[in-house]
Ligand binder design. Sequence first.
Ligand code: S3P
Length: 434
Amino acid sequence: MSAEVLIRPARNLRGSLCLPGDKSISHRYAMLAGIANGVSRLENFATGADCNSTLECMRQLGCEVTRTADAKTGVVAVELEGSGLRLKAADGKLDCGNSGSTMRMLSGILAGQEFASELVGDASLSRRPMARIIRPLRDMGAAVGANNDLPPLRIRGGRLKGIDYRLPVASAQVKTCLMLAGLFAEGSTVIEEPVRTRDHGELALRSFGAEVDELASNRWRVRGGQTLRPIHAVVPGDISTAAFFLCAAALFPEANLVLDNLLLNPTRAAVLDVLRSLGLKISVLQVEQRHGELTGVIQVRSGPLRGATIAGALSAALIDELPVLAAIAPYTAEGIEIRDARELRVKESDRIAAVAANLRAMGAEVEEREDGLRVPGGQHLHGAELPSFDDHRIAMAFAVAALRAQGESVIKDADAARISFPEFYTTLERLVER
Ligand code: S3P
């Protein structure tokens, strides 16, 4: 894919989509399959580079992994043979690429292995905070080394003991990391989160046959020594990827979009509520539950966009969708204000600074704050050169914003999108009308 992508303004967006599997679920299924007893089959697995990093790490740790992509549809299926809770030491370093999820969640499994591992990442991942997993894994008894709490991570696992731990930041990656470590610990591991975050770790563990007790809506217990059975699953379409197309639809009054096999898990679906409150008409045409995950078909029609304030627990629930919501905010009537989202500063890029810089490059007025942004509505934007900051969600957010700008835009280092959705630009082109 070329490093630059030209985005021309569009006049409408219509069509239907069936997206590759959710990234958060694909990571978790791949890791759990690797420590289950037998062969798991994961259909509609995520197509992005992040989940490939997880598959490669599992392969290096001794799991047999077969990944096939349908020649016509591109749909990916993965077969992964787990050999139980004990993995093999990797030959070399485990390369997590750009994927914080791989590094943070896999660390929970490695903390329980009786060998040493080294996890490395690219330049962006090497800047991301790891103290959030290092502290509790050390409390459980693992030896974890890092550079000032930054990657690379050196983990020597071994006998772990259960802990009762309250997470200092709302992070589902950390919650899942500790649940995975809890499988290897003596006794029970209890995890409390400041606000409830996405629950894919809990649901996936249960699907693979483990018991996870919900002690309160934000407090969980995992017993050590539980064994896992393999699963056959179809991963629901990624709702965080869907958010880019939903926000693109929001820009055009005549838009009409149908999304099939879409993840509708309530801990991830807040973006649908916010878009509804902005003015989108979203109908759920069909819904079912698979491996504990709600999945369905939705239809989206657009209308005039009002405004929104996003704060508190809602900011945590929308953490991956905030960049694209901020990017369409100038086109709403009343604008969008985002608060309590400091975590955006330590994602694949500083997403608050990146969004503010690109909105300004397009001529928008925006107020950047330590923990968020205020973007006034009723603005007219012009096309611009828009860097991706090597961040997939920034690249895709501004490809969307550029659809309603006056004049053409160029997304620089646009191939950052390959991290979660390599097919993004071709899919967007298929749906827009000019
Ligand atoms: C994820 C949790 C979020 C999110 C990331 C995926 C997960 O990160 O930003 O894209 O799968 O658990 P944090 O746990 O750091 O908030």
